[in-house]
Design a protein around this ligand. Structure first.
Ligand SMILES: NC(=O)c1ccc[n+]([C@@H]2O[C@H](COP(=O)([O-])OP(=O)(O)OC[C@H]3O[C@@H](n4cnc5c(N)ncnc54)[C@H](OP(=O)(O)O)[C@@H]3O)[C@@H](O)[C@H]2O)c1
Length: 336
């Protein structure tokens, strides 16, 4: 099969198209003929090996343990392992080979991938392979943070900072589906994307400071993580919640060892009483099958992926460079 590989960490230049053996499958896995795979910030983290700490967290110390990058895919099942009862050859599926924030290569940028059956859901017929591949990691992060951690209920005022990006678009759609009143904050070029994603109000961060809003928010989902905790506290109601997603801006910010997000998260944990107010604990309501929830939301039209651009498998390095340029208004997808 054709696959993209990296034998060392670095810029997108380390990616090569090569021929490899088709992967074998374990008893609980399926072999997927990959039709589309998406590019997102965590894919960049592992290709670059940044922050360095990820190399100690299982990605591989000197070089990636698994040479094929990519985590999110959509495709058709070719074969199923002996213990898989839920899926059959011919089924069209989508999913996330490696869970977000695990920072490991998942081998999605290839013509075939072996995937644990439990990581996949059936692709709704109304959604293309490209659209389905764009969803898993971004939407799963958004779903758990908006619903389980953020505990959004009907009428909550929800602000998403960095709402025009990969996670933000889904965060707004999920908050809107739960009955939240949603405000999206991003650059002027992304105001229309945010409106299409269901924002009730949009703010251009270069023109207006959301932390001085007259009406405070019940929940702030913060993707760029660029504001002081004092400013954010001012923008929240008394028992408001703050959730930091964080963004390392492709190595432009933060330390090479631990990036920007890890130190900010540690500081947040250490900052009482603000830290104590950062979540409404809904752990007992954890979703046993979040991919099935995502599938249902796609089928019902509550989640609508926005594709900015698609690239061929051999153009994966170009797709990464496009992601790093920060100009995409929606998701970037590689097709096979
Ligand atoms: N997407 C995923 O699937 C995924 C998976 C796992 C983890 N994550 C984590 O989640 C983080 C965010 O990912 P993402 O895909 O949503 O990134 P993204 O697509 O780059 O979105 C970030 C958004 O923040 C905006 N932004 C930048 N500076 C801002 C500011 N000062 N105020 C308000 N908005 C600002 C950017 O817009 P401009 O550049 O136009 O200003 C951009 O639209 C990443 O760090 C990543 O590690 C993402």
């Amino acid at each position: 099969m054709k696959a993209i590989v990296q034998h060392k960490y670095g810029s997108p230049d380390v990616l090569e198209l090569t021929d490899m053996a088709t992967p074998s499958i374990a008893a609980d896995e399926v072999l997927v003929r990959v039709r589309a795979a998406s590019v997102h910030a965590d894919v960049w983290h592992v290709i670059a090996g940044r922050p360095f700490v990820l190399r100690l967290m299982g990605a591989g110390l000197l070089r990636p343990k698994s040479p094929i990058p990519g985590t999110d895919l959509a495709g058709t099942i070719e074969a199923v392992g002996g213990e898989v009862g839920s899926l059959r050859p011919g089924d069209e599926v989508f999913g996330e080979v490696v869970r977000g924030h695990q920072w490991k290569n998942g081998a999605a940028f290839a013509e075939y991938a072996s995937v644990p059956a439990k990581a996949l859901a059936l692709k709704p017929a109304t959604v293309s392979f490209e659209e389905a591949a764009a969803v898993p990691t971004s939407a799963l992060i958004a779903l758990s943070n908006i619903r389980e951690v953020g505990g959004v209920v009907e009428g909550d005022r929800v602000l998403v900072n960095g709402a025009g990006g990969g996670v933000g678009v889904f965060a707004m759609q999920i908050a809107a589906a739960l009955g939240g009143h949603v405000t999206g904050v991003d650059s002027a070029a992304k105001l229309d994307t945010m409106r299409l994603a269901g924002a009730d109000e949009v703010i251009d961060y270069k023109k207006r400071d959301f932390t001085t809003s007259a009406e405070p928010y019940d929940l702030i989902i913060d993707i760029p993580g660029n504001r002081s905790f004092a400013d954010l506290k001012r923008a929240l109601v008394e028992d408001g919640r703050y959730i930091l997603i964080g963004h390392d801006h492709y190595g432009d910010t933060g330390s090479r060892w631990i990036g920007t997000t890890i130190p900010r998260m540690l500081k947040l944990e250490a900052t009482a009483p603000f830290g104590r107010r950062k979540r409404r604990d809904k752990a007992d309501e954890a979703d046993p099958d979040p991919m099935e929830t995502i599938r249902q939301m796609l089928e019902s039209g509550q989640l609508r992926p926005v594709i900015d651009r698609t690239f061929q498998l051999e153009q994966t390095a170009e797709a990464l460079r496009y992601l790093m340029a920060g100009v995409a208004r929606g998701k970037i997808v590689v097709t096979m």
